[in-house]
Write a protein that binds this ligand. Structure first.
Ligand SMILES: C[S@@+](CC[C@H](N)C(=O)[O-])C[C@H]1O[C@@H](n2cnc3c(N)ncnc32)[C@H](O)[C@@H]1O
Length: 285
């Protein structure tokens, strides 16, 4: 059965509306653009054009997945972060806009250093590690994740954005893979899992049923990783000069205390666009 662009779009908008998806028409358009490679203007100018059976089948599959609350980024396999496209799969957290503040704050804190060596903990898609390498051409970045599939996605993204030679990806637990090395990391950067375990169940289905649990679960009070990231610094051969952490809503004060206890007395907080204290940077010197 042949279906025109206009008919496919109408049907898809209807299915998404029925499923309770917000902005069904816009999502239907965006999935059609991503699935066909047509710009939006083409979709409107050539509504009577027939979709090939292959494109139509794929579009219906994508719409069905979206109606089942699968995140748009996993369906299309891509998400933009700081203006660059990043490959994402269900093995990695979809990079969030608020994490851009972590990258910006780290770049600002590293301004005095021309050749910093950055250790990122919790690579995921590699969005943070890759953007730090892109924005700091003199930097070397080492990034660690327990998830080998995530490391594979991050490697693709590093290659895609031309920084694979300055982003080293290691599999392992927090500082373990870098602990034996004689490197003085200038900064430790992390957007660790920070959702308190008991709150995971109350997250939106698109998050709790599709994003990796190990990227979300921050332990009983959400602070498990910050405790480890600050206490286990002693495993590194040299203490880093700077710490930069993304934090969840209401966690800033506790994380600042942990930084102070670890000897990082000078701290700075950055709010996100919603006014939430989102990033803590701390310096030792
Ligand atoms: C919140 S995600 C952050 C991903 C990415 N950096 C970002 O900001 O979009 C946290 C990441 O930490 C990783 N992770 C969880 N436990 C870890 C551990 N013990 N050591 C290293 N990485 C870990 C998860 O696999 C996940 O990729």
């Amino acid at each position: 059965m042949s279906v025109t662009i206009k008919e496919a779009l109408l049907r898809a908008s209807f299915l998404l509306r029925e499923a309770g998806v917000e902005n069904p028409r816009r999502e239907a358009e965006a999935l059609l653009c991503a699935g066909t490679g047509f710009p939006l203007a083409h979709i409107y100018a050539h509504g009577e054009e027939t979709l090939t059976e292959e494109l139509h089948t794929r579009y219906l599959d994508w719409i069905t997945r979206r109606a089942g609350e699968e995140p748009f980024a996993y369906i299309c396999g891509e998400r933009e972060f700081m203006g660059l496209p990043f490959r994402v799969t269900p093995d990695v957290l979809i990079p969030r806009p608020e994490t851009e503040f972590l990258v910006e704050a780290t770049v600002a804190a590293l301004a005095p250093y021309s050749q910093p060596h950055i250790l990122e903990v919790g690579t995921g898609s590699g969005a943070v590690a890759v953007m730090l390498a892109v924005l700091l051409p003199g930097a070397q970045v080492t990034s660690v994740d327990t998830s080998l599939p995530a490391i594979t996605v991050a490697a693709d993204n590093a290659a895609r954005h031309g920084v694979a030679d300055r982003v080293r990806l290691l599999t392992g637990d927090i500082y373990a893979p870098a602990a034996a090395e004689e490197i003085h990391f200038t900064a430790v950067v992390s957007n660790p899992p920070y959702i308190p375990t008991a709150e995971i169940d109350g997250l939106a289905p698109g998050v709790k049923e599709h994003e990796p649990l190990q990227a979300l679960d921050g332990g009983p009070d959400g602070l498990t990783f910050y405790r480890r990231l600050t206490r286990e610094l002693v495993l590194l051969s040299h203490l880093p000069d700077i710490l930069a952490f993304e934090v969840g809503a209401g966690q800033a004060h506790s994380v600042i205390q942990l930084c102070h206890t670890a000897g990082y007395k000078k701290t700075r907080q950055v709010k996100d666009l919603a006014g939430i204290e989102r990033v803590i940077t701390a310096t030792r010197l």
